[in-house]
Design a protein around this ligand. Structure first.
Ligand SMILES: O=C(O)[C@H](O)[C@@H](O)[C@H](O)[C@H](O)COP(=O)(O)O
Length: 271
């Protein structure tokens, strides 16, 4: 049997007493993923979501083991707002991280902000404008991956994702038609229940081709959702559907406050 036919590996749940410990372990984990990727291919491809994540990666700043010049950074989802808008994930990441580290600007793949004015002009429908925005972002992924890896879907070395209170991840929300997307790499949504409404997002085929996916969730407000995602995957919440194909692996980095209701077996964090 080829590896392609093996079932996805069960997620690894790492829990930490305090958010500070979680952040330290997360930084070590990212550095390890980076080292493995650079050893194999000379580059490290990472995609990140918004929310609390950029702050939780603070321990990477000033870390001498991070080879920033080898990173290629994408956004696993992004809000359709200008890049300097307070709602922009790119702006959040820039403020929290990229502005503090020597990551070359050309290695940060943001949405094409020149396409945004189309969203507010009468000569184009919102659907068409968002479609173009998502396509343009998909082209950036194709430029990075398709020529180099000639894969049907990109294989990210690492995706760093958050968990929303309704079980969403990226901009993939419960019950939304986008959960069934099978072809596109990047899709758009104009009715996101979490504001702002218009966004683009990686699709499940992209997420589920990644080599590693790390979810990060901290705080008691995540407790019920985390228990639902890990203990009741049969409910099909978006975060439960993240199950990268073998040999991909999902890791959870959560603090005790978030893990308090979870029955799922915990692992001892090791690199
Ligand atoms: O841009 C977004 O809105 C996100 O990508 C979203 O999926 C986020 O990661 C979760 O909602 C968790 O957000 P918190 O970490 O802030 O709870």
């Amino acid at each position: 049997m080829t590896s392609l036919h093996q079932p996805p590996a069960p997620a690894i749940l790492n829990t930490f007493a305090e958010p500070a410990e979680l952040e330290e372990a997360l930084a070590q984990f990212v550095v390890r993923a980076q080292r493995d990727a650079i050893d194999k291919k000379g580059r490290f491809t990472l995609a990140i979501s918004g929310g609390s994540l950029p702050k939780q990666l603070g321990r990477l700043v000033g870390n001498p083991n991070v080879k920033w010049d080898k990173w290629q950074v994408f956004y696993a989802d992004e809000r359709a707002v200008p890049l300097d808008h307070p709602d922009s994930n790119h702006r959040l990441c820039t403020d929290e991280l990229w502005s503090k580290v020597p990551l070359p600007f050309s290695h940060i793949h943001a949405i094409d902000a020149d396409l945004l004015p189309q969203l507010s002009t009468p000569d184009k429908s919102t659907d068409d404008a968002l479609d173009e925005l998502a396509d343009a972002y998909e082209s950036q992924l194709i430029a990075e991956f398709a020529q180099k890896d000639s894969a049907r879907f990109p294989v990210f070395d690492l995706l760093l994702l958050g968990l929303g209170p309704d079980g969403h991840t990226c901009s993939l929300f419960p019950g939304h038609a986008l959960l069934a997307e099978e072809d596109r790499w990047v899709a758009w949504i104009k009715d996101s229940p979490k504001p702002p409404a218009a966004r683009i997002t990686f699709t499940f085929p992209v997420i589920n081709h990644a080599a590693r996916v790390a979810f990060v969730a901290a705080g008691a407000s995540k407790a019920d959702t985390l228990a639902a995602v890990l203990d009741h995957p049969e409910d099909g919440l978006p975060a439960s559907r993240v199950r990268p194909a073998h040999p991909g692996q999902v890791f959870w980095f959560v603090d005790e406050a978030a893990a308090q209701k979870v029955q799922y077996p915990r692992s001892e964090f090791k690199l």
